[in-house]
Design a protein around this ligand. Sequence first.
Ligand code: URA
Length: 213
Amino acid sequence: MSQYKNLEEKIKKCCKCHLRGTCLNVVPGEGDTSAEIMFIGEGPGENEDKLARPFVGAAGKFLDELIAIIGKKREDVFIANILKCRPPGNRDPLPEEVEACWPWLVEQIKIIKPKLIVLLGRHAMERFFPGQKISKVRGQALRREVSEIGKQVFYVMYHPAAALYQGSLREVLIADFKKIPKVLEAIDKKKDMPINYVEEKVAVEENKQEALF
Ligand code: URA
């Protein structure tokens, strides 16, 4: 069994928090387990819970459209969530649920090793950039050190569901998405930089994060 499949089996059997008692299915995530881009949303909703697949409802349809803008299909990327089980009534995740689920996300990231992690929405952003405002950091590539993972580049965006409720965000999301290929290029360029360049920048930035451009 592949390393990822092995992890997926463990995630499916997880009972570390009470959400497993109320959800229908565990939704570990899906896609290319060696993808360059990994998307992280909040948690499964009703449709995802029924089908055991991430982003398959209305927000998922919009996410598919956004992924097509950068010339990719959902099978080319990896899509996961902060929570693997649906909170009842789609309420916000509780801190203890996020904590209980966090090691699974860490293991997924360690196996996939994405070049870029796209954080969809406030809850995903909060896990990696606590205290930040999404309106301030969206559309920016940020590199930071995460103790369990190491240095990683993130790109924060509004959640696709937000555009379904607030039509004006649709264009913002589309514009932010169109910048992703440039972000990937910038990451490649920075790789050629001497390592102390990155170290220095990371060390001096407030909150240990660095805007790539
Ligand atoms: N919203 C999310 O954050 N994740 C899903 O999988 C579906 C909707």
